[in-house]
Every structure is written in C-alpha cells, then in structure tokens.
Design a protein around this ligand. Structure first.
Ligand code: ADP
Length: 322
C-alpha cells in the first residue's frame, strides 16, 4: 500500500446509492493520488482491520446496484472511547490519512469522535429517511420514495377493487418526510407523522366519513414507522366504520433496489466533494445539499441543527385528499 491512503466505509442503515458514493470516492481518490482502502461492515472493519485496497475496477458496475458492496453494520464496540482509540490506532498503522463515512447521524457522531482521535473524517448522508437536519437531501430518499409509491399504487388497485381501506406503514422513525411525500403522491386521506399530533376521530374517522358522503369507497391511510400502531389503527378503523381494512408494513423493501438517477448523481457529487475536502487536509466535515448545491459543514455544527417539517406540504395534503 502506498504511503497516503484514505478509507471509505458505509455504516448504520443501508440506502440505495451508497454504492454510487463509494464508486465516486474510490475513483476520485485514486485520480487525486491516494490509495483507497475499502472498509467492510462499517466501524467494525476499522476495529478488525477488515480492509482491502480498491482499484478503479473494484467499483465497476456498481453505480446502479442497491445495497453496499462494503456491507454495513452497527458497531457497539466503536461506540465507546476505547473503540474509537483502537480504530484510530488501526488507521495510523494502515497510514490512513482520512476516512469517508457514508451513513446517518449516528455514523457522523462516530466520524466526529474519530476525527478528535486524530483521523480526519468526512461524512456523507446516506439514509432513506431524509432525516439529516443539515442537508436538504440524503442519498437513497428518492429511490425509497419511488419504491413506496410503486408498492402503494399496487395496494391501491386491490383496495379499490374491494372497497377497502388500506393502512400503510412506511419507514421513518423520527422523520415523517417519506410518509408525507409518499402520502401526497398516492392520495392518502390521512398522513400520520411523528412531527404532528393526530387524533383518531378527527384525523382518520371524520375524514373517511366526509369522503364517503361524496362517494369515495376506498381509502389509504399513511403511517410513518415512528408513529407505529399500524395494525391497531387498521383494526380500530374496521371496527368503527365497518369498512374492511388491511394493514401493510412495507418494511425493508424500501431500502433495496437500484438507485434512481437522482440518488446516483447526488451520491457521485458528494463522494467527489468528500475526497476534495480530504485532499485539502480538512476533517470533521459533513457533505450536504443546501440551496440545491453540494457544500459542507462542520460535523458538530451539523449535528446540532434542528430539522424543520414541511408543514406547508402537510396542509396541502390535508386539503386535497378528500
Ligand atoms: P445511522 O448512522 O444510520 O444513524 P446508527 O445510529 O446505528 O446509524 O450508527 C451507526 C454506528 O455509528 C453505530 O453502530 C456506532 O458504531 C457509531 N455511532 C453511533 N453513535 C455514536 C456516538 N455517539 N459516538 C460514537 N460512535 C457512534
């Protein structure tokens, strides 16, 4: 391995487009004169030295592939000061002068800690939840939204045929962006998200009854994972209204699949930008989209930012879905 190496890893939940980001890091890293190490299974790979030198061909034919060729993991061992110290030692032994971490907020906390331990890290937001406050967009979100829309269109076909109500749960533990966007796109009559309070009677039953009066006979209720209780909501709707109601939890289908154009392009831009920062000797930065442009922020500053929920779109959804 040459003297100046950078490493790349994917951490936390996977997202379509992570491979496109890895490809961009590897190709731009090599073109800028670094040798690039691929780290397997997130921070675990740094702790175990599970790394391999990547070349231009290591990332051939992956731009359109879902998942992550480097695999991903959650690493409880790294999530402690001794773990971070050990990872920094491994980096120093491997002559790693910088690490690109593709993941979510948890992974960025790890990147901040590793930077503080002497290894400059750059974060790239890869998560289908779009839950990174500092960035208008996270890699995987567009593909996941479109997958969910595709699935729900199918559910809608059968709900319509049987005059049913479908309660559909999409991912998003703390962030309702996916539920909101997909809810608007599939004509959900109610959208339940962690950011907004809701009431079973007024936000679900009253809306169903109102729509029934004008002849609507099938209904979609969108529930974000963080709201939960999807099966219970479905049971209550059936009991209260007599409408046959089914719950569907879309689950991991939303994480897989080939990344779409937006995710491939944003991932490519972010991967390139991350390597440029390492080339400049910078660390503790997260690459984000702001004002439609790829820029970077200090990780600590970024982690302290507060997300804003798109209330305006939520209000649009309420007024046009009955
Ligand atoms: P995500 O990056 O998708 O938010 P997690 O929250 O599971 O996913 O974080 C991924 C990994 O990042 C964790 O398993 C752990 O190794 C590391 N990590 C998370 N939080 C911290 C923290 N506060 N300090 C150091 N490392 C952390």
């Amino acid at each position: 391995m040459s003297a100046k190496s950078i490493a790349v890893l994917t951490s936390g939940g996977d997202a379509p487009g992570m491979n496109a980001a890895i490809r961009a890091v590897v190709r731009s890293g090599i073109s800028k004169g670094f040798s690039v190490l691929g780290v397997r299974r997130g921070y675990n790979g740094l702790l175990n030295g599970d790394v391999y030198e990547m070349n231009l061909r290591s990332v051939s034919d992956i731009i359109g592939r879902g998942g992550t060729i480097l695999y991903t993991a959650r690493s409880p061992e790294f999530n402690a000061p001794e773990g971070v110290k050990k990872a920094a030692e491994v980096c120093s032994r491997l002559n790693v002068v910088g690490v690109v971490v593709i993941g979510g907020d948890g992974s960025f906390r790890g990147a901040r800690d590793l930077t503080n331990a002497g290894v400059p890290c750059i974060g790239i937001p890869g998560t289908i939840d779009n839950d990174i406050a500092s960035s208008e967009y996270t890699i995987g979100f567009d593909t996941a939204m479109n997958t969910a829309v595709d699935m729900i269109d199918r559910i809608r076909d059968t709900a319509e045929s049987h005059d049913r109500c479908s309660v559909v749960e999409v991912m998003g533990r703390h962030c309702g962006d996916l539920a909101l966007q997909v809810g608007v796109a599939t004509g959900a009559i109610s959208i339940l998200v962690p950011e907004m309070p809701w009431d079973f009677q007024t936000d679900i039953i009253d809306r169903i009854r109102l729509a029934q009066k004008t002849g609507k006979r099938h209904f979609i209720i969108m529930v974000a994972e963080g709201v939960g209780g999807t099966n219970e909501i479905a049971n209550r709707i059936q009991k209260e209204t007599g409408i046959e109601t089914r719950a569907t939890i879309l689950g991991h289908v939303q994480r897989g699949g080939s990344p779409n154009l937006r995710d491939r392009v944003v991932a490519s831009e972010m991967g390139y930008h991350a390597v440029t920062l390492l080339e400049e000797g910078q660390g503790n930065r997260v690459v984000v989209v702001r004002g439609g442009k790829v820029v970077d922020f200090d990780i600590t500053e970024a982690l302290n930012m507060k997300r804003t929920f798109n209330k305006a779109l939520y209000d649009v959804a309420l007024s046009i879905s009955i």
